[in-house]
Design a protein around this ligand. Structure first.
Ligand SMILES: [Zn+2]
Length: 413
């Protein structure tokens, strides 16, 4: 047992039981009404533990301050309250396995489902820990309610122990991170932090400051619609042309399922429509601007080539920027990363920095002027029924936050 285990377990299971799934198809902000429930709850809990300036903004972000007890920069800590739309998140029944025995974990609501340390070596290192999972039919939502629980627990501890020296701390709980809309344009000004961290990472030690650079693309194919009985020589089927576009893309070398490490991809996420008109959505990802631009160029060239085969069709390709690799900003001032690494050293954890094959709220926030690396929470196998987290890993993340604010207030070097 460490100092924070019981509190972290209670908070995580309480927050995880609240459905707060986001929805990319919704035009509202937050994208789902249910996210307000947990946002209001967190605002109330922050007030109850004595946080200052607690505010729930009309764009669905909870903000709060832990007043300074020493000189230091203003540091923000963020976690997102929404859970991923990719898997069932209704009726999450979190359960804690105390003193994990190192064997296979089965699930009460899904008899065939097994979480095995032989498939997930990280789990094998957690013998004796408290492991939290869902019941088999839903995701757990440790992504990112582990982050929320970590920040709430550290906040409660700091407010109860004003003898711990730290500068001003700002807290932000955001909606809609999973659908890429977590950072409202007003957030940087409202957060008022010199720099910030998201607690939205995985294995103990992760201090991440590289994310993908990301664009979205929409390809529209307009064919020529006519009754099939009189179509000879006149119909242009948009579905056939859309299929040609997909087939002409580098399917064996540049898709999510064929790339890893530092390689980017072109991913067709959905395709809808009919013989008269098809709409195709893509996401383009790369760690470098040049690589991202090249992927956009490939998509444009494929569209142009298919267009050239059928002048009566009308094919358009629109590429829109989404977020950029946070390294571009952080490498000019590594202070937030260095502080997180020094804090890891304080608590005896070896920091690891691997590029994130995705983006975080920190990617947008960094681009908008608030440098924001991502820190570990312990969460594993996110966005599916095998999601799990060790409470002791979360306790290390809580200790990291506490070490970090003290390191910033009184640098050891
Ligand atoms: Zn997350």
């Amino acid at each position: 047992m460490t100092l924070f285990d019981a509190e972290l377990e209670t908070r995580l299971t309480r927050y995880a039981a609240l459905d707060s799934q986001s929805d990319a198809a919704s035009a509202t902000g937050p994208s789902t009404e249910i996210q307000w429930t947990i946002l209001r709850l967190l605002a109330d809990e922050l007030k109850a533990i004595g946080a200052a300036e607690v505010q729930l903004t009309d764009y669905g972000t909870v903000l709060a301050t832990i007043p300074a007890t020493a000189q230091g920069p203003t540091i923000g800590f963020l976690a997102h309250v929404d859970t991923a739309p990719q898997f069932n998140a209704k009726g999450v029944k979190p359960r804690a396995i105390h003193g994990y025995n190192g064997g296979d974990i089965t699930f009460p609501d899904a008899p065939g489902l097994v979480l095995s340390p032989s498939d997930f070596p990280y789990l094998a290192t957690k013998q004796g820990h408290t492991i939290v999972t869902a019941s088999g039919t839903t995701l757990l939502g440790a992504d990112d309610k582990a982050g929320v629980a970590i920040i709430m627990t550290a906040a409660r501890h700091l407010l109860e122990n004003p003898s711990i020296p730290h500068g001003p701390i700002r807290i932000a709980f955001t909606p809609d991170e999973e659908i890429g809309r977590g950072v409202d344009a007003r957030l940087p000004a409202d957060l008022k932090a010199d720099f910030a961290y998201t607690f939205d990472g995985g294995a103990v030690g992760e201090v991440e400051y590289e994310s993908f650079s990301a664009d979205g693309a929409v390809v529209t194919v307009k064919g020529v619609s006519i009754h099939p009985g009189t179509a000879t020589g006149r119909m242009v089927n948009a579905i056939s042309l859309a299929a040609k576009i997909i087939a002409a893309l580098p399917q064996s070398t540049m898709t999510p399922e064929t790339t890893a490490g530092r390689d980017g991809f072109i991913h067709a996420t959905d395709m809808t429509g009919s013989a008269s008109e098809m709409v195709l959505h893509f996401i383009l990802r790369d760690f470098e601007r040049e690589g991202l631009a090249q992927k956009g160029e490939i998509l444009r060239q494929v569209c142009a080539a298919v267009q050239a085969t059928e002048p009566r069709a009308e094919i358009t390709c629109t590429i829109t920027p989404q977020y950029r690799n946070m390294r571009y900003w952080l490498e000019t001032d590594m202070t937030p990363v260095d502080l997180a690494r020094a804090a890891c050293a304080r608590i005896g954890v070896s920091p690891v920095s691997v590029p994130i094959r995705g983006g975080t709220d920190g990617s947008r926030l960094t681009e908008m002027g608030v440098p924001c690396p991502n820190l570990f929470t312990g969460m594993q196998n996110i966005h599916g029924p095998l999601e799990w987290v060790s409470v002791q890993d979360m306790a290390q993340a809580t200790q990291l936050l506490l070490a970090l604010v003290q390191e910033a207030a009184a640098p050891s070097t």
